[in-house]
Design a protein around this ligand. Structure first.
Ligand SMILES: Nc1ncnc2c1ncn2[C@@H]1O[C@H](COP(=O)(O)OP(=O)(O)OP(=O)(O)O)[C@@H](O)[C@H]1O
Ligand SMILES: [Mg+2]
Length: 221
């Protein structure tokens, strides 16, 4: 599903070069569920952005679903992401003017495939994460712990092959968080999706099949 070789993302700030992310080798197989860990600032969000094609690498290669992302132009890359990848952003990125249900549906709109079936699936997903009675609420009418659950449903709506989740549990109590994560993993397993989840929480990491410490994947300088 994912194959990474010699990947680097650098930023130039004046005379200084900042190495934001470096991965020598990482292979994630179809249907695998992995936790990505590492200290704050070590490049976890950057790595997810590189896998999603939201950012382009400075060097090295990323293959997703057998496609080398470097071979895709901007339009093709956007279409590829909309079709194959579901993302739960670290900041959730829910759109304020829209209700919870509409925010979930937007995930299908971006993939260009929104139809009546997706409306039913959006409702079902929100019910499964315990928000069946909050579908008409706008993001600011949801609690801080409810918002990441809407973001998670949006990432799942268009049945992506790959789910990238950046600390998707946010500020939820442990019990709700682990129930929601369990649910995400169950849906992913049932539908044979691959999951890469960034987390700082060892309990959440234990629920995944494999745990990868990003710092240990660094290319030797
Ligand atoms: N535009 C930029 N210019 C320069 N440096 C940047 C830029 N964006 C990110 N960085 C640096 O790249 C590094 C990796 O950032 P990233 O957001 O991937 O970290 P992270 O592992 O997700 O951290 P956290 O756990 O806090 O979310 C950080 O040290 C950050 O300071
Ligand atoms: Mg981050």
């Amino acid at each position: 599903m994912i194959e990474i070789r010699g990947l680097r993302k650098e930023y130039r700030r004046g005379a200084e070069t900042v190495l934001a992310c470096s991965v020598r080798d990482l292979v994630v197989t179809d249907g695998e569920q992995i936790a990505l860990m590492g200290r704050s600032g070590c490049g976890k969000t950057t790595l997810l952005n590189l896998i999603a094609g939201i950012q382009r690498p400075t060097g090295g290669s990323v293959r997703v679903c057998g496609v080398d992302l470097a071979t895709l132009g901007q339009g093709a890359l956007d279409r590829f992401r909309a079709e194959h990848v579901g993302i739960v952003f670290q900041t959730f990125n829910l759109l304020q003017p829209f209700t919870a249900l509409e925010n979930v549906l937007l995930g299908a709109v971006f993939s260009g495939r929104a139809d009546a079936r997706h409306r039913v699936r959006a409702q079902e997903l929100l019910e499964r994460v315990g928000l069946g009675d909050r579908t008409g609420h706008r993001p600011r009418e949801l609690s801080i712990g409810q918002q990441p659950r809407v973001a998670m449903c949006r990432a799942l709506i268009h049945e992506p092959d790959l789910i990238l989740a950046d600390e998707p549990l946010g500020n939820q109590d442990r019990e709700t968080g682990s129930r929601v994560l369990q649910l995400l993993l169950e849906i992913a397993r049932d539908e044979h999706r691959t999951v890469v989840m960034v987390t700082h929480d060892p309990e959440s990491a234990k629920m995944m099949q494999r745990c990868v410490d990003l710092q240990s994947l660094r290319e030797a300088a």
